[in-house]
Design a protein around this ligand. Structure first.
Ligand code: SF4
Ligand code: SF4
Length: 73
């Protein structure tokens, strides 16, 4: 099984939550306690071990904030 490790360019995020909406395993959420310099809440991964490396989040993001590294388990 492949697994994904996510990295974020948080400063480019505008909190649109498209990544949250399209993640099939529902492991992305808006972090209400953290925001970037522009004042947008950041995205956090709540259960990183459940990421299946599908890449939907990265593909949907209009600002190329997310990179998914695919690793073998
Ligand atoms: S790679 Fe797929 S499973 Fe992993 S966080 Fe992105 S959308 Fe969700
Ligand atoms: S889709 Fe991109 S810009 Fe929108 S909330 Fe997710 S990471 Fe941020």
């Amino acid at each position: 099984m492949a697994r994904g490790i996510l990295s974020f360019k948080h400063e480019d995020c505008k909190g649109c939550q498209l990544c949250v909406e399209f993640c099939p395993t529902k492991i992305l959420v808006l972090d209400k306690n953290k925001m970037n310099e522009k004042g947008y809440n950041l995205i956090k991964v709540i259960e990183p071990e459940r990421c299946i490396a599908c890449g939907f989040c990265a593909n949907m993001c209009p600002d190329s904030v997310i990179t998914v590294e695919r690793v073998r388990e």
